[in-house]
Design a protein around this ligand. Structure first.
Ligand code: F6R
Length: 615
């Protein structure tokens, strides 16, 4: 939700900020803007639209010189996306300029007060209120910017990551965070500000991640000074050395990040189990589990909290944990869980799943579970993210940066981690036979090469996509372990092609959705050999007799479904419990190619943002 970038140092700020915004565009892309200071003038250009639109406008509108600047790419919360509501925002005097990611919930009452004090507003945004509040505090008490930011933020209810500077003090940028991420890149006589490290990774590997309720004064020639916003106490900056490299955040010859990330899955899965899965020795090593083993083995139940695709991975884990480790599991939408007064006890283990590690609802669900005494375990991809830090323990997915808004490799690597945990617990609890345990481990180790095989259906899937690209509706059916995959397939198609799609448990079809079936309705049915195959074949027959168009996801060598379906896509054989790692691949490719053929913006679908830091 909104990307922010800032620079102060000896280089030209504009190219750094522009490139940084392009890298952060996955976070929001309805408008963009940049403010630059060249030692004399504060210049600002902003526009509704993409960073490319901003570039065109800005370079005609203002001079791009200056060693200090901030830039923003927006996902609108308050105020429609238009030029005026775009960030940065000036204060009334024109001295201060701010960018903001988040929501100021009490902005209306603050705005009323400021209007009474003579302030005027040009936009509908909460951000313009905040910058004027800071200015008001600064002027009323003759304070420096840092202090004024602190006092103003203490009056604010909501979430924010902000970056603000004063043109009269061009040697510093003040930043703060509560609920939205903010990193400071520390270079030689220069600093970078960004929502994540991707805008500055080619300049420095050294980063400070602000914690919630912290602010920092980033001043040239000085060390970064961090304070707690509430109690003013100083915090020693922890400079982290990043492992990220430039290659990981570029498209590497693929047309879209989504396609690159689909193709990265064999390696992403391998990276996720590397060092953890020692199949030949029958060992699963996971320090996050080993250090808290009793919490898991004594758990009355596991509650999974997550949103979107991560919730679907959670749903797959319900089957894995119950089937293999015999632990009862409840899978909750974090947004519902946090507001429904759930019964949570100290004997519950809560697993929070999140690619970004920043999803506001998941974060709130974690805080609620912790307040009730539950042990909370995180499964995150982004190292050092808020959820990774907020949980008692966790396991990273090691998928590498996922930049396409539609989640792909995050899903399969989350399932990989959850499978490892379930197998480990099953072994310890004795709920799995020795031979089955070893077989599962061996099969899991083979999954990356089977994903490579599944990806070979690419061209065939492209042709199927062409046949169905113009339909208005799709149904996705699956059973057991593959019911969540059906949900995930439908979500992928909806979000990037804007075609309406529903996922259902195959047997539920006759309780309603069957009424939708006619010769115009394509139905993707996951019908692998080891998952209630005969039952699903009966469902396919029911569809066929109503003239629905059947796209079957089948196990290599299948005969029965091939005879009934209009199209089949084969995947290699594996265990039922591991099949979601393969069945999801053709569904990702199908949605990708339909969206491409419809000329949609695959990596940045309308209205969506990669990291949902507002509730
Ligand atoms: C779907 C998608 C979203 C996310 C959801 C949770 O492709 O990307 O549904 O899965 O917003 O995000 P994380 O996993 O970052 O918590």
């Amino acid at each position: 939700m909104c990307g922010i970038v800032g620079y102060i140092g000896h280089r030209e700020a504009y190219p750094i900020i522009l490139k940084g915004l392009k890298r952060l565009e996955y976070r929001g892309y309805d408008s963009a803007g940049i403010a630059l200071f060249d030692g004399k003038d504060l210049k600002l250009s902003k526009t509704k639209g993409k960073v490319a639109d901003l570039q065109e406008r800005l370079e005609n509108e203002i001079s791009t010189s200056g060693n200090l600047g901030i830039g923003h790419t927006r996902w609108a919360t308050h105020g429609v996306p238009n030029d005026v509501n775009s960030h940065p925002h000036y204060s009334n005097s024109g001295d201060l300029v701010i960018i903001h990611n988040g929501i100021i919930e009490n902005y209306e009452s603050l705005k009323k007060e400021l209007i009474k004090r003579g302030y005027t507003f040009t936009s509908d945004t909460d951000t313009e209120v905040l910058v004027n509040l800071i200015e008001d505090v600064m002027k009323s008490d003759n304070l420096k910017l840092g202090k004024a930011v602190q006092i103003a933020l203490n009056q604010v209810v909501g979430a924010y990551a902000i970056s603000v500077f004063d043109k009269n003090k061009p040697n510093e940028i003040v930043v703060a965070r509560l609920g939205s991420p903010l990193a400071i890149g520390v270079g030689e006589d220069e600093f970078f500000i960004a929502s994540d490290a991707s805008p500055f990774i080619e300049y420095t590997n050294n980063a400070i991640y602000l914690e919630d309720e912290e602010m920092a004064i980033v001043r040239l020639g000085k060390k970064v000074k961090i304070r707690k916003i509430k109690d003013d106490s100083l915090v020693a900056p922890y400079i982290q050395e990043l492992q990220l490299n430039l290659e990981q955040i570029e498209k590497g010859g693929y047309e879209h990040f989504m396609l690159k990330e689909i193709y990265e899955q064999p390696n992403a899965i391998k990276d996720t189990y590397r060092g953890r899965l020692l199949a030949s020795q029958g060992i699963i090593k996971m320090s996050g589990i080993d250090d808290h083993l009793e919490k898991f083995t004594n758990a009355d139940r596991i509650i999974v909290v997550a949103c979107g695709t991560s919730w679907h991975a959670g749903l797959v884990s319900e089957y894995i944990f119950e089937d293999l480790a015999r632990i009862p599991v409840e899978v909750e939408y974090a947004s519902e869980f946090r507001y429904r007064n759930p019964i949570i006890t100290e004997n519950d283990v809560v697993i929070a799943i999140s690619q970004s590690g920043e999803t506001a609802d998941t974060l709130a669900a974690i805080k609620l579970a912790k307040s009730k005494g539950a042990f909370v375990f995180g499964v995150c991809n982004v190292v050092g993210s808020s959820i990774a830090r907020e949980t008692h323990a966790g396991a990273y997915t090691h998928a590498g940066p996922e930049i396409g808004v539609a989640s792909t490799k995050a899903f399969t690597t989350q399932i990989t981690v959850l499978t490892l945990i379930a197998l480990k617990l099953a072994k310890i609890k004795g709920t799995i036979s020795n031979s089955d345990y070893h077989y599962q481990l061996q099969e899991l180790e083979l999954i990356p090469e089977k994903v490579v095989e599944a990806l070979k259906a690419d061209d065939h899937i492209k042709k199927i996509a062409d046949t169905y690209k113009s339909v208005s509706n799709f149904l996705y059916l699956g059973r057991g372990y593959n019911f969540p995959v059906a949900l995930e397939g439908a979500l992928k198609l909806k979000e990037i092609s804007y075609i309406h799609a529903e996922g259902y448990p195959a047997a539920e079809m006759k309780h309603g959705p069957i009424a939708l079936i006619d010769e115009n309705m394509p139905i993707v049915v996951i019908a692998t050999k080891k998952g209630h195959y005969e039952k699903v074949v009966s469902n396919i027959q029911e569809i066929k007799s109503r003239k629905g168009k059947i796209i079957g996801i089948v196990t290599e060598g299948d005969v029965q479904v091939k005879e009934l379906a209009d199209h089949v896509i084969e995947i290699p054989e594996t265990l039922e419990s591991l099949s979601p790692l393969l069945t999801t691949i053709p569904l990702q490719l199908l949605s990708y190619y339909i969206a491409v053929l419809l000329d949609k913006n695959v990596d940045q679908p309308r209205n969506l943002a990669k990291s949902v830091t507002v509730e």
